[in-house]
Each structure stands twice: as structure tokens, then as C-alpha cells.
Design a protein around this ligand. Structure first.
Ligand SMILES: C[S@@+](CC[C@H](N)C(=O)[O-])C[C@H]1O[C@@H](n2cnc3c(N)ncnc32)[C@H](O)[C@@H]1O
Length: 220
């Protein structure tokens, strides 16, 4: 069965930019106190719950994966782009990275109920909003009872923005800025329990505010 066009476009674009994306964003978290604080709070919560495997879903070159490992999580990365996974494996040989899609986590070897936590850091932004219920159902199925999910994305009104250049390359890719309240509702419909919602106003050259949602699966 052929895959949806948006997955092919996303893979092609990130395969094209992988090496330059990694070098441009390698140190970004170091200058981003709020992102580190939110990832840190997520990690503390997962560890307080008894730890367990954590997936960085749409990990790119693994910059968040390695940060989560450095603060004590047993974390691996998954990404649609084989070139991103190759860059991650080369730079971070001590961590595990797999090629796979947010739309079918089991096909990538993530068993239902196996994860203590999952992070999707700016990785749902290329999925057309109509497909997000399927992605959130996958996240829900992969997490164990009481498991935690942390999402980051650009806030907006769900309209597609077409990207023709990125990280120094010509690309052909849509990105969606998402409404935090609508995403929170979709997560609720997928069976998640609301946790924290953080909105940071745009800074520097950013065109939009940034949204961060942490939710949990119900305890059994
Ligand atoms: C903006 S980058 C973010 C990468 C990383 N999370 C970070 O913060 O540096 C988006 C990443 O999500 C991945 N991605 C997008 N849609 C995906 C999907 N359906 N399944 C798996 N990965 C996906 C892309 O290949 C890309 O590496």
C-alpha cells in the first residue's frame, strides 16, 4: 500500500537537510532555558513514576534524545528520515535510533503499553491536522498506564505554510501551526488526561508563539 504524500514529502525534505539541520541546531537547547526546564520536569516525572523506556518520536538528529539521556532517562529515538537517523547514529553511537513513522509505531518495534514516556518535539508539525487523531491514538497505545507525553509545536490556526527553503536547501514541505486548545481536545479524545499547557510568546525572528503540552495516560 502506498503511503500518504505528506509522509513522502516529509522524508524527502528531512533527508535533504539532515546534515545541516544537525549542525545548525546542535547547541540550540543550551540557549533555551524554558525548553530545558520543560524537558527536565518531564524527565523528573517519568523517573518519579518508576522510570522505564522513553521514546523521542520524530527525533531528527537526536539533540533532544541526548539531552534526555543526559538527565537520566532510558531513551531512544525514532524518525521517518533515514538520513536523520544516520546522522543521529553517527553522532550519538551510545544511543539507539530507529527509522519509523508516528503513524505506525508498532511497525517500528514499539510494543503497545511499552513506554513510560514519549516526547514529540516539533515532529507533529508536518502531519496534516486531519491525520493527528491517528498519531495521538498511536502515542496513546504505545504508552503504559500513567505514561507521560510531552509535545512541542508552533502555535497557530492549523493552516498549512508551504516551505520552499530550509536549513540552506530547497525543499517542498508543508508545516502546520496548531491551535493548543484544539490539540488538547484531540489528546483528550485519544484518551489522555490533561496535564500542563505552556505558551511562550514569539521571540527573535520566530513568527509564532510556541506551545508545549504535557498529558498522561490514565492509571489502570
Ligand atoms: C522540525 S524536526 C524536529 C526534530 C527534533 N525533534 C528536534 O527537535 O530537533 C521534525 C522531525 O520530525 C520528523 N517527522 C515528521 N513527521 C514524522 C512522522 N510522521 N513520523 C516520524 N518522524 C516524523 C522529521 O523527519 C524530522 O526529523
Amino acid at each position: 500500500m502506498s503511503e500518504p504524500d505528506f509522509l513522502t514529502a516529509t522524508r524527502t525534505a528531512y533527508d535533504t537537510v539532515a546534515v545541516d539541520y544537525e549542525s545548525l541546531l546542535r547547541d540550540e537547547l543550551g540557549g533555551n532555558a524554558l525548553d530545558r526546564a520543560l524537558l527536565g520536569a518531564f524527565a523528573e516525572d517519568v523517573l518519579a513514576d518508576g522510570a522505564g523506556p522513553v521514546a523521542d518520536l520524530g527525533c531528527g538528529p537526536g539533540r533532544v534524545t541526548t539531552h534526555l539521556a543526559s538527565i537520566g532517562l532510558d531513551v531512544f529515538g525514532l524518525d521517518l528520515s533515514p538520513a536523520m537517523v544516520a546522522v543521529a547514529r553517527e553522532r550519538l553511537p551510545e544511543l539507539r535510533f530507529v527509522v519509523g513513522s508516528l503513524l505506525d509505531l508498532e511497525a517500528a518495534g514499539i510494543e503497545p503499553g511499552s513506554l513510560a514516556g514519549a516526547v514529540a518535539w516539533y515532529s507533529i508539525i508536518h502531519t496534516p491536522p486531519a491525520h493527528l487523531p491517528k498519531v495521538f491514538a498511536e502515542f496513546r497505545r504505545a504508552l503504559r498506564p500513567g505514561g507521560r507525553l510531552l509535545l512541542a509545536f508552533q502555535a497557530g490556526d492549523h493552516r498549512a505554510k508551504h516551505l520552499e527553503r530550509g536549513y540552506g536547501h530547497e525543499i517542498d514541505l508543508d508545516a502546520y501551526r496548531l491551535d493548543p486548545d484544539t490539540i488538547a481536545d484531540l489528546l483528550g479524545e485519544a484518551g489522555f488526561v490533561a496535564g500542563t499547557a505552556t505558551i511562550r510568546q514569539a521571540r527573535g525572528l520566530e513568527p509564532t508563539p510556541q506551545a508545549y503540552l504535557q498529558v498522561t495516560t490514565p492509571d489502570d
